[in-house]
Design a binder for this molecule. Structure first.
Ligand SMILES: Cc1cc2nc3c(=O)[nH]c(=O)nc-3n(C[C@H](O)[C@H](O)[C@H](O)COP(=O)(O)O)c2cc1C
Length: 158
């Protein structure tokens, strides 16, 4: 017997996470979305994972390009988190952003406190999501504070 979707969501909302934007580029097509399902997997080799819903555009681009970039948002980037999550802005998410492309060809979100540029090493179908394990081919971080997501709201560490 499985638990109800409401209880599942409520329990998961008690997990405090950072907020990322995961981007991908396939030919001329570029897309990115807000993702909290991100974590480290392995130090040697350096691997991370993100979970992407199958019905997202970003997932379809990662699947064809086999590459993605994870930008960790800073505490002042709540607007970007909302923009990259909203279907209303689906085709205008990068408007006004001066993104640089990483070695994978995927854009990095300006002002992010850290980023990891990845090539897909494994993809695992898991329910309505796909788990993408990424080989980290390039990464950098600043000392700025992160945006935090907890119980459906944005928070700051300070
Ligand atoms: C705080 C937050 C965290 C999210 N985390 C995820 C996630 O881990 N995986 C996912 O597939 N969608 C996640 N979403 C939802 C996507 O950002 C949203 O469905 C987006 O519109 C998908 O964009 P796309 O279809 O243009 O790629 C999250 C949204 C928010 C606000």
């Amino acid at each position: 017997m499985s638990i109800s979707a409401n209880i599942f969501r409520e329990v998961l909302s008690h997990w405090a996470s950072g907020v990322t934007v995961v981007t991908s580029r396939a030919g001329e097509r570029v897309q990115g979305m807000t993702v909290s399902a991100f974590c480290s997997v392995s130090l040697e080799p350096p691997l991370i994972l993100v979970c992407a819903a199958r019905d997202t555009i970003t997932h379809s681009l990662i699947q064809s390009s086999k590459a993605f970039c994870v930008s960790l948002l800073g505490e002042d980037q709540q607007e970007l988190s909302n923009r990259f999550a909203s279907k209303k802005h689906e085709h205008r998410r990068f408007a006004g952003l001066q993104c640089e492309d990483g070695r994978s060809g995927c854009p990095r979100i300006p002002g992010a406190i850290a980023w990891l540029d990845c090539r897909v090493s494994q993809e695992i179908e898991a329910g309505d999501h796909v788990v993408y394990i990424g080989d980290v081919i390039d990464a950098a971080a600043s000392s700025d504070a992160p945006l935090v997501y907890f119980k459906g709201s944005y928070r700051r560490l300070t």
